[in-house]
Design a protein around this ligand. Structure first.
Ligand SMILES: Nc1ncnc2c1ncn2[C@@H]1O[C@H](COP(=O)(O)OP(=O)(O)O)[C@@H](O)[C@H]1O
Ligand SMILES: N[C@@H](CCOP(=O)(O)O)C(=O)O
Length: 379
């Protein structure tokens, strides 16, 4: 965390944060969303987790995420090195600019998901949303199964917390952010890695969202085939049955467990089987013919492949074995490109238009910077 020149001139604790915010958070409404406490009460943390100087401009970076990984429906996800950046600045009027992915398609009005989240958080902190200028620089394609809605939610909620005076870099406020974002999304498999980075296993226990990081082997690469056509997650969830067969549950428990062991021990031989699923993929295949693309990726040498999130993107895993690191030699990239070509050819045979992208996982998630009204960096 960067320390500003102004902060350095006075004692650190007082300079970056202040008791003002701790008091203003005490008059919260009783609805579960509105309870913007971290759940941890201490005089020092109340001071440390809030800013002393009002934040004027926030820059938030949030990664794309891939969820499910086959059998880990609503539970597994990891972050990708594909980033959205949202810049929110106090202004004299509302303004929204969207550049990159989703440009011309994502709402430019106050019903934009990022704006809604900022307003919601500020409202919960007892504040009205001031006139703000939003600039969204998007690399995450919307509605393709790469966690665009989670990236938008996390960006908006984090920006709102920061503008409301909360330091989103503290563990307690990150935990709070996870609760808010997962409650909005209804599942935490995208939002947990979007916030914490890496591979996360996440679930809800007695009303609390819990997440834990899983090791990702060095040198792992992700080959994504991203169809041009969108597949809204709400539609892809509506086709899922309310109840499942016991043998399908057993099928998934065994594979999900082995998948975690594959990652934890860097043993990818069984990964192609460990990424099989019977909880969601079979019910979604009529929406988009992804199974032949998975099969062709595996035949081309991928360790495993799955429908990314609710689709339609298909993700294949390459690299990550032996000593190979991405960037240290060409071998992993050669294999990733062979798999990419196979997926593109497969999609072309099916008449599916789209593009391929080779990504690496991101070991870190949300990161941000804040500035005061003089443009001085606060963190
Ligand atoms: N960068 C963004 N800014 C604002 N809203 C976004 C952004 N990206 C996605 N969304 C919202 O999320 C919706 C897509 O959500 P969803 O169907 O869950 O797709 P995904 O699988 O990419 O998460 C979009 O229709 C839009 O409302
Ligand atoms: N577990 C969810 C994941 C949705 O991910 P997204 O990237 O498609 O939003 C599901 O499978 O519905």
């Amino acid at each position: 965390m960067a320390t500003s020149a102004r902060s350095r001139a006075v004692p650190l604790l007082v300079a970056r944060r202040g008791a003002r915010s701790a008091r203003s958070f005490s008059s919260e409404s009783s609805s579960s969303y509105s309870k913007l406490t971290t759940g941890f009460s201490s005089r020092i943390s109340n001071v440390q987790e809030s800013f002393f100087y009002p934040v004027d401009r926030v820059v938030v970076n949030v990664p794309a995420t891939t969820a499910n990984l086959g059998p880990g429906f609503d539970s597994f996800g990891f972050a990708l090195d594909v980033w959205n950046r949202v810049i929110v600045q106090k202004s004299d009027r509302f303004e929204m600019v969207v550049e990159g992915e989703g440009e011309g398609r994502i709402s430019l009005t106050e019903d934009n998901l990022v704006v809604q989240c900022v307003r919601k958080v500020l409202h919960s902190l007892g504040k009205e949303m001031p006139p703000l200028r939003f600039e969204c620089q998007n690399a995450v394609p919307p509605t393709r199964g790469m966690g665009s809605s989670s990236a938008a939610l996390v960006a908006g909620l984090a920006a709102g917390l920061a503008l409301g005076g909360k330091d989103v870099t503290t563990p307690a406020n990150k935990k709070l952010l996870l609760q808010l974002a997962a409650n909005e999304e209804g599942h935490a498999d995208n939002v947990a890695p979007a916030i914490y980075g890496g591979f996360q296993i996440a679930f809800n226990a007695e009303g609390h969202w819990i997440t834990q990081r899983v090791h990702i082997p060095d040198g792992l690469q992700c080959v994504l085939f991203i169809p041009d056509d969108e597949m809204p997650t709400t539609e892809a969830r509506a086709v899922l049955p309310a109840k499942i067969d016991r043998k399908d549950a057993i099928f998934n428990i065994a594979r999900a467990s082995m998948l975690i062991n594959c990652f934890a021990t860097s043993q990818f031989d069984p990964l192609r089987m460990a990424m099989e699923d019977r909880l969601h993929q079979q019910y979604r295949k009529h929406m988009f013919p992804f199974e032949p693309i998975i099969k062709d990726a595996l035949e081309a040498g991928a360790h495993g492949a799955f429908l990314s999130g609710a689709g339609p993107t298909v993700l294949a895993i390459t690299g990550g074995v032996g000593i190979a690191n991405v960037g240290s030699d060409t071998m992993s990239q050669f294999l990733a490109e062979v798999v990419s070509d196979a997926m593109v050819s497969s999609a072309a045979r099916l008449g599916v238009r789209g593009t391929a992208h080779i990504a690496t996982p991101s070991y870190f998630g949300l990161h941000s910077n804040g500035y005061d009204r003089d443009g001085e960096q606060l963190w």
